[in-house]
Design a protein around this ligand. Sequence first.
Ligand code: ADQ
Length: 498
Amino acid sequence: ETEGDGLGCLESLIVVSNRQPYRHEYEDGEGDEGSIVVDEPAGGLTAGLDPVVREANGTWIAWGDGDADFAVTDDDGCVAVPPDEESYTLHRIELSEEAVDSYYYGFSNQVLWPLCHEFPDLIDDGDAWANDFEWYRTVNERFADAVAEHATAESVVWIQDYHFGLAPRLIRRQIPEAATIAHFWHIPWPTPETFAECPADEELLVGLLGNDLLGFHVDRYARLFMECVEQYLDGAVVDHDRWLVDYDGGTTRLATAAMGVDADTYDETAREVEGTDALLERFGVSPEVTLGLGVDRLDYSKGIPERLAALERFFERNPDRRGEFTFLQKATPSRTGIPAYERLGELVRSEVTRINSRFGTDDWQPIVYTEEYVSREHLCGLYRRADAMVISPLLDGMNLVAQEFVASSVDEDGVLVLSEHTGAHERLGADAVTIDPTDTDAFAAALETALEMPASERRRRMRNMREDVFGADLEAWMDSQFAAIGRLHCSSGSDDDE
Ligand code: ADQ
């Protein structure tokens, strides 16, 4: 009986996500003759969800992406995982290069991503989107077909993210009515004004309203979703008070659940770190400096150019900080090949060079920028060492890096500088130093505030933030999702609303 963790009446769990929990690979250099090794889930949601699917002996449907991945599956794309303790079925969907280009790089990341992050100018509005949307629909259909192969009346289907906006409706049509479909949308939902720019607005809403439950990080996104449904979908009835949408004979319940991180692991890892001097020296940072830190995917939503502008202003205003304060920016290239991402990379690198040549000296650089891989252990070490962690997205669904920093700040002396436009700000805003990343002067002043903050004040704020991050961690988030799913699923169709 697993009543306590919200999985109580759950007999068959089917998870759908773009990224797979396990990857099979040929060992280095051995090509497809070589032996096959398995990559375990690296962290975050995939790692957190894996034990849940194991316990449920469920099914996980995801994009499989290499020859070795399919060398180990049966003809239907299924393989039992994990290899050492086969507990559940990983059903891999094989996608052609053209499908990936259009469904992933195209519609998901050049229409939905900029749309939901309020960058209407970056939405692919040429002729390409129509073809991309065809592929997006095709891929959603293939995932839906895979769900139908596994689903029974007892199934709970839990879909992750914006890659599958159409799948819920497609699944609904194919599986027994008693099965429950839930979905978590990890990115923001746009305003109705921006949503007008969505070339497939109605079909997307109809798709998402195939869900019994649709989750967002914060209330605001759920409210915006309801507003968009009301404005753009004829025939839908929105109950704004009870967060229900009736459409086409079905009801979708909206819910919010702010995602957390595996705080204990970050805490433990950070405690085990034996100093960061060598790591900093490798990056060319003197271990003596006051350290500012940025850790992001290289994505235009993360506000990296705005951060660099604020740093430049900060060094203009604070000549005494030159030589004494260094900002280390760790960026991970992402979605490379998409023009907006290529342009961003070029801009960031050239701005760093320009600012460094303006203020830098022979033995000191104001900004150290690296795209190098940093292990989780080293990342925790940097979080722990940072005097100020700077998170400046223009819009971010949640932002887990903010919470990882807090969980790793075991000495309780770092300061979080946090954009008000992140989901994380709803949780940590009271104890972070709040910024509007587009206000360069105020942003620079916030950096001053952070670096001048007395130790007692830093500790007080960090303790509050740690209470939040440990109290609402990744496991709590999953429990809350499963509890909400359970309330719908276990009531077996009877409407037991309060
Ligand atoms: P992301 O946009 O990817 O996630 P974020 O929430 O910060 O943003 O998660 C990034 C993850 O990648 C973190 O776990 C972080 O540690 C890791 N990471 C980032 N840069 C790294 C680096 N240089 N080296 C190693 N690891 C790095 C999307 C949404 C967010 C939402 C999450 C989860 O955009 O708003 O919080 O999903 O729902």
